[in-house]
Design a protein around this ligand. Sequence first.
Ligand SMILES: Cc1ncc(COP(=O)(O)O)c(C=O)c1O
Length: 396
Amino acid sequence: MNTLGVSKRMAGIPPSGIRRVFEQARALEAEGRRIVHLEIGRPDFDTPAHIKEAAMAALQEGKVHYTSNWGILPLREAVSKSLEKELGATYDPEGEIIITAGAAEGVFNTIMALVDPGDEVLVPDPGWVNYPVATSMAHGRPIPYALKAEMDFQIDLEEFQSLLSPKTKLVVLVTPHNPTGGMLAKDILEAISVLAKEYGFYIMTDEIYHKMTYDGHQHVSIASLPGMKERTIIINGFSKAYAMTGWRVGYVAAPKSLAATINKVHQHNTTCAASFAQYGALAALTGPQDCVANMVREFDRRRLLLWEGLNAIPGLRCPRPRGAFYAFVDVRGCGLAAEQFASRLLAEAGVAVVPGDVFGQAGAGFVRISYASSYEEIEEALERIKLFVQSLGGTT
Ligand SMILES: Cc1ncc(COP(=O)(O)O)c(C=O)c1O
């Protein structure tokens, strides 16, 4: 007899906590409340005009059919050049670069291609939930490693090493990081590269925020360290740096030995990224880069406003973000659990933020605040957060 209903594989996987906050915020807006949205990781900028024009030209020229599963060759060549320039790593556009429907698809494909049932995958905690979810979907075991505020959100190497086992197949690194705004230091990456060789695991490094760094912090990719290309899969994309979240274009760069299988998942999953969107992404990489510099400068201005403003509120503590566009704020001094803090802040003050436990156990006591919204909205949110925290009475 058939058993009807959804798969057991998916039944245990919770829906996105970020979306839950977003839906609650939307429901309040539908009642006529004004809500400041600081929960979503989406730049508020429009995609630069030359990128849109390139996609429109592609449509007009009839570039409307399936592309190669790997993606259009000129885009793979442009990605290869940018990796060489930015990381000093050489990737063959023929067989080492796959254009995907966003970095999210690249993450999913990589995990499906590498993880067998029972394999262990070390994932950052707090971290973007797609890594443990995709691991569970592949019947692997996600093993969280903590990123602690008191260590500037670096990896505690001793603790990290204690989590490694012969079953460790893959380690996920994310730098700059969502949700902490931290960046992994070169010496930490070097130490992990030594462990990768000693224990024999692969690294998947998600570098989608690599162009968004502040205070002179330099992005370092573990793929660029000696002997690491062969065991590293780079995930990247266009969503954040070029304000193209809706375009759904990303890429995977991996050694030939892995890329063919990752591409096989992609082939059976999405076939290819949208043809005209790939031409837009090509213009993004090969066109003028001042649009990126301008956006990053504005993010930096907002970052400092938020960081200073939050630290001026007794009860809150905000470590200084180094990259991406998130602040990970310690709210323990307010005497509320993060979930309560976030839901009351939304209900009472109309500011939407994400409770840190959505990103893993180590996020308990923190909330993620995105500064991808306008400067004025952040000013307004700060005022509202200040009044809300004051209304809680004594801070601890
Ligand atoms: C670390 C990280 N990787 C990947 C993504 C998704 O990127 P894309 O829009 O290219 O799928 C996000 C989106 O929030 C993210 O934070």
